[in-house]
Each structure stands twice: as C-alpha cells, then as structure tokens.
Design a protein around this ligand. Structure first.
Ligand code: HEM
Ligand code: HEM
Length: 219
C-alpha cells in the first residue's frame, strides 16, 4: 500500500497536473485558432467594455432574469462554485503537501471552515442530482454523461471528507481521494467541465455582440 501511495502522490499526480495544464492551454489556443480560421469577423466587434459588463453581470448573484426565476438553483450554484474552487486551494492538508514537495506555502482556511465548505459542495451535488432526476425540463436534456460528470466532481469531496474524519480505513480512502482528485483535474479540459476555461469567453462574446451590435442586454 505504501508503494502505491507513493505512486499516486508522485508520478500519477504529475500526469494529472500536466494533463490539466497542457490540456487547458491546448483547448484555449485551439479555440483562438478556430475563431481565426472560421469566424474572423468576431474580432472586429469584440469590446472590453461590453465583455466586462457581461462577465460582471453574470457573476453577480440574482443579477440575471434566469437567476431571479430560479432562486434555489442560484444560491446552490454560487455556493457550490465558490466552495469548489476555494476549498482545495486553501486547504491546510493540501498546502502542507506543496510545502513538503516545493517549499511553497500560502494562507490556509481553518480546518472546520474547510470541512463545512466541503459539505456544501457535496450537498450541492446532491441538489443537482435530484434536480436532474425530478424536473421534467431538466430531465429532458440530461444524458448519462451528466451523471458521470457530477460523480467525477463529487468524488474528491466525498472521499476528502471521509479521509479527514478517518471514518473508514484511512489509508485506503486517502488513496481513493487522491485518484478521484486526479481524475477530476484531468477531466476538466476534455469534458463539459471545460466551461471553467470557456465561460468567460462565452460571456465576452455574447456581451460584445448584444451590447455593441444589437444594442441590447444579454441577461
Ligand atoms: C491531486 C492530488 C491530491 C492530493 C495528493 C490530495 C491530498 C489530500 C489530503 C492528504 C487530504 C487530507 C486528509 C486528512 O485530513 O488526513 C485531503 C483532503 C481533501 N481534499 Fe485533497 N488531494 C488531492 C486532490 C484534491 C482535489 C482535486 C480536490 C477537489 C477539487 C480535493 C479536495 C479535498 C477535500 C475537500 C478534502 C477534505 C476537506 C475536509 O473535509 O476537511 N483534493 N486531500
Ligand atoms: C471558474 C469558473 C466557472 C464558472 C464561471 C462556472 C459556471 C457555471 C454555470 C453558469 C453553470 C450552469 C448552472 C447554473 O446555472 O448555475 C455551471 C454548472 C456546473 N459547474 Fe461550473 N463554472 C466554473 C467552474 C467550474 C469548475 C472548476 C467545476 C468542476 C471542476 C464546475 C462544475 C460544475 C458542475 C458539475 C455544474 C453542473 C451541475 C448540474 O447541473 O449538474 N464548474 N457552472
């Protein structure tokens, strides 16, 4: 088990981070090349003003018509994304690993706060799951891959939570945690999780076209 732990925290962690970083750069560069080849006129009306206006509007809770129509979804989605991104970056156990390997460290969340934020992510995933199963209009556009994606995102938080509380065999759960975290990182560039990379560009494009060309709001 110890050798395997060294493998998942060593070479496999390298592979996961490289796929995540190089894959993300590849997807972004490819997007720019494609736009250049097929839709060059977009560059003519891209506007910083309307791009930033749209992005700011869409990251403000309850700013858009759709968010006002679905308050529960809005609250859960904002809480989910904030906790999802902040927790792993500012988790003390994670920072210790960076410190041991690279001698770098930064500010960390108190453990009990991180634990609550982990719980919020897990609860939000359950909310998304139930929403997909119960609401006909969501069920209609849901396929198996949506459930797989949700599981990929929930797994590092469920196993991280179990490892922290040492409820089952600690070493085994910890290895499961690390593998599930690595799968999630590697999946970001190549699945719909890539909305992390593209959402700002989508908003910039919609904002520029609606603001600068059609002279209407995109929310
Ligand atoms: C890539 C390799 C990763 C390694 C080596 C790693 C390692 C660890 C370790 C050692 C712990 C602490 C367990 C304990 O307290 O004894 C932990 C907890 C945790 N990790 Fe990771 N992790 C990785 C990836 C991720 C990713 C990608 C995420 C989420 C996106 C994540 C989220 C968490 C969470 C939420 C906790 C538990 C927090 C709590 O409930 O207190 N980890 N991880
Ligand atoms: C960093 C910028 C990100 C932005 C702006 C963003 C934005 C969004 C938006 C607009 C939605 C649609 C649901 C809604 O209306 O609230 C969504 C859903 C989702 N996001 Fe993100 N996201 C980001 C990062 C991430 C990351 C890093 C992950 C996980 C690795 C993630 C996982 C998810 C999941 C699982 C859902 C769908 C839940 C479901 O309905 O099944 N997001 N995101």
């Amino acid at each position: 088990m110890h050798d395997f732990y060294n493998f998942v925290t060593g070479p496999l962690a390298w592979v996961a981070f490289i796929i995540f970083i190089v894959g993300s750069l590849y997807r972004l560069i490819n997007m720019i090349i494609l736009v250049n080849k097929k839709e060059k006129m977009i560059f003519a009306y891209m506007s910083w003003k309307y791009s930033l206006r749209s992005i700011l509007h869409w990251i403000t809770p309850f700013a858009t018509v759709n968010m006002k129509k679905h308050p529960a979804m809005t609250i859960v989605s904002f809480a989910f994304h904030i906790c999802l991104i902040i927790t792993p970056i500012f988790l003390l156990s994670h920072i210790i690993l960076w410190d041991e390997s690279w001698n770098i460290s930064w500010w960390s969340l108190p453990d009990n706060i991180a634990d609550i934020m982990t719980f919020i992510v897990i609860a939000a995933c359950i909310f998304f799951l139930v929403r997909r199963l119960k609401l006909p209009e969501v069920q209609y556009v849901t396929s198996a891959s949506d459930y797989v994606l949700l599981a990929i995102v929930a797994a590092p938080f469920i196993t991280g939570f179990l490892a922290y509380h040492q409820w089952f065999g600690y070493k085994f759960i910890l290895i499961l945690h690390i593998i599930s975290g690595e799968i999630m990182l590697a999946a970001i560039p190549f699945t719909r999780l890539s909305h992390m990379l593209f959402s700002a560009f989508t908003r910039a494009y919609m904002g520029s076209e609606f603001g600068g060309v059609r002279h209407v709001k995109d929310w």
